[in-house]
Design a protein around this ligand. Structure first.
Ligand code: MIC
Ligand code: SF4
Length: 641
């Protein structure tokens, strides 16, 4: 039987002796990336692993999220990451170079390799035919130390693309069409491969937009074959030697096939507050907008900027609308300067922001109260923009630029041809700091400012626990709900105690106080608990507040792994209808945990109503051990791998 592209990469990287069952894929990881908001925790974990130098082919530490430097916290974190990188042989990319995923695509991604990153949009590099996956920071640390990365053996989904994109329709619309068809949980447990005659016309940056938003359907990864487009991109980047052709076999078998006809696709838009709340732009056109943002790791390539600039050229942003532009990397910014696109944008009234995540993660540029913000980004969760009652829409750079000029949501397919020439990118390395020789590296002093607090430690898992059901939450609760980000909170990513004041406050403003009073907490949740960001803080901080178990209808992949790594029981209702039996504030008891974790069956008793609820604890053998040790750090101390 033929193999899919992802299956080939998996097979080449399988560490067979570490796979605890045919469903557990233990993968050798060639490359890792971290960003600063999750990187500090990852490197604190790495420091505990007793290695001298990273054991990957390449590890890169990017600074792109926490770049505002409103106080000592951001620079402290960056300094810590820079010195840790120098000590362990990691490439360091300081603030200003750009967003990790764009930079990794431009400078380091290679067909056929495996990459994990402490950021959920790591699959962006799947555009180059590599298996790139988001992971928790501790799992990235394990990979840097030479350990395998474990994923449940993924299902294979094939998106068969036919036809050609029409005027005013772009890769973002393809990503949104997939979200429209399969929702924010449609890709959970799967690698999505884009194939069919329609992909030949998609250039690598367009493919990257699609792979990037594969995170929004919950997929483990998204991949494109490595073909002539890949070769072309790598030649442009001065990295032709990294090219190898790679594709699925003709007779490869998929678990599911999805058809998309590019020719009939119209511009799409995700309406508040979920990326899968997709409508055609036409359906909502005329809605007044207050703000438009172009950028983020989804849509900040030279192609995206040129296309937006072509629409803005010779026009003015409508009165009362603010427009921000954040190029994805220095290379993109330089191409914009050289081509005159930047001048077209500033003349139209755009505010040019740093090459960083910026408004995507609520780092400034929050919309006005109740405002409508159109963003070329990938997430529009409630409150993520920094303004609780803002209405954020996600769309293509073309829809965004035209809407900025019109002052209301406008359909770019109604424009005459968009005169957009994409200049050749010129592969600027920026200020990338390459690893030092081993002896020199060993002499590096790791600098820790007062913002760097040690990783909290907990004991082993007890055999029974009594707790309060402090929160009963609904479906699709994101890690942005669990551990919000934004300019006020993100600077404390290296400070778990300080972060705990904000934990789950989007769901219940009093959650931190209630959890502290309860001492031990269990949370009940609906489907897809923990979707979105990979931030392991969404597990570590609840653990710090005494959260010991989450009983949910289902979990998102990365977050579930993070819960295990933090020593929190991820339990799934055997019968989803039992969710209705659990009541907020009731006492909860779970007995026989050690035996239950091994057998995968645990009973959760509501002490007030007396209901005994059956749950499943679906973990591979290694995860069971991690959980019983009380988390990954304890497991590493005990087993050392
Ligand atoms: C995001 O887009 O939500 C982030 C911020 O990049 C996160 C990582 C983080 O929370 O630090 C992600 O996507 O994993
Ligand atoms: Fe940064 Fe936004 Fe991309 Fe996350 S989604 S890496 S915050 S640009």
């Amino acid at each position: 039987m033929g193999k899919t592209l992802a299956q080939k990469i998996i097979e080449n990287h399988l560490v067979r002796e570490e796979c605890s069952s045919p469903e557990d894929a233990a993968l050798r990881i060639d490359q890792t990336l971290t960003q600063d908001a999750t990187g500090t925790m990852a490197y604190l974990a790495l420091e505990n692993m007793g290695i001298d130098r990273v054991r990957t082919e390449l590890s890169v530490a990017y600074v792109d999220h926490n770049t505002l430097q409103c106080g000592f916290e951001n620079p402290d974190d960056a300094q810590y990451i820079r010195t840790v990188a120098a000590r362990y042989g990691i490439v360091y990319s300081p603030a200003g170079n750009g967003i990790c995923h764009r930079l990794h695509l431009e400078h380091f991604g290679k067909p056929g390799k495996t990459l994990i990153g402490s950021d959920s949009h790591t699959p962006t590099c799947g555009a180059l035919g590599m298996l790139a996956m988001g992971a928790g920071g501790m799992d990235v640390a394990v990979a840097m130390a030479g350990g395998a990365y474990h994923i449940p053996m993924p299902k294979m989904i094939r998106v068969n693309l036919s036809g050609r994109l029409q005027k005013g329709v772009s890769a973002k619309d393809l990503a949104l069409e997939l979200l429209r068809q399969i929702s924010v949980k449609g890709g959970v447990g799967a690698v999505i491969e884009w194939a069919g005659e329609g992909i030949a016309a998609l250039r690598v940056p367009e493919r990257a937009t699609i792979c990037n938003m594969g995170a929004e359907v919950g997929a483990t990864s998204t991949v494109f074959p490595s073909d002539e487009q890949t070769k072309h991109f790598l030649i442009e980047q001065g990295r032709e030697e990294d090219y190898i052709p790679l594709r699925s076999d003709e007779d490869a078998v998929y678990d599911r096939e999805i058809l998309i006809d590019a020719s009939s696709l119209k511009p799409l838009i995700a309406c508040p507050h979920s990326p899968d709340n997709v409508r055609t732009v036409k359906e909502v056109s005329g809605t007044p907008v207050n703000q438009v943002c172009i950028g983020s790791c989804t849509n900040s390539s030279v192609r995206d900027m040129m296309s937006a600039a072509a629409i803005l050229k010779g026009k003015r942003v409508a009165e009362g609308v603010e427009l921000s532009v954040s190029p994805g990397s220095r290379e993109v910014l330089e191409a914009m300067i050289a081509s005159g696109a930047l001048a077209d944008m500033t003349a139209a009234g755009a505010r040019i922001l740093e090459c960083a995540c910026g408004p995507c993660i609520g780092m400034g540029f929050s919309p006005v109260s109740g405002g409508v913000s159109l963003r070329t980004f990938n997430r529009n969760f409630e409150g993520r923009s920094g303004t609780r009652d803002a209405k954020v829409y996600l769309c293509s750079p073309e829809t965004a630029a035209l809407s900025a000029v019109m002052g209301c949501i406008a359909d770019p397919s109604e424009l005459d041809e968009i005169a957009c020439a994409v200049p050749q990118a010129n592969s600027t390395m920026g200020n990338m700091v390459m690893p030092k020789p081993e002896n020199e590296a060993r002499r590096t002093e790791i600098l820790r400012g007062p913002n760097i607090k040690p990783m909290p430690k907990w004991g082993r898992m007890e055999d029974s626990l009594e707790a309060c059901l402090t929160l009963k939450a609904g479906d699709n609760i994101t890690t942005d709900h669990i551990m919000p980000a934004g300019a006020k909170i993100l600077p404390y990513r290296s400070n778990i105690p300080r972060m705990s004041d904000f934990c789950l406050t989007v769901c219940d403003a009093d959650f931190p106080t209630k959890a502290k009073q309860a001492g031990q907490t269990v949370i009940a949740a609906g489907e897809n608990w923990g979707q979105g960001s990979s931030r392991e803080h969404a597990a570590l901080v609840p653990r710090y507040l005494g959260v010991r178990a989450i009983v949910a209808k289902s979990f998102a992949r990365i977050h579930k792994a993070n819960l295990v790594n933090a020593g929190i029981l991820p339990l799934v209702f055997a019968d989803p209808a039992d969710y209705d039996l659990l009541r907020q504030d009731d006492g909860i008891r779970i007995d026989g945990i050690k035996e239950g974790v091994q057998s995968g069956k645990l009973t959760v008793t509501d002490l007030k109503s007396g209901h005994a609820i059956e749950t499943r604890c679906e973990l591979d053998a290694r995860q069971k051990q991690i959980l019983l040790c009380g988390g990954l750090m304890n497991y590493m101390e005990e087993y050392g791998k």
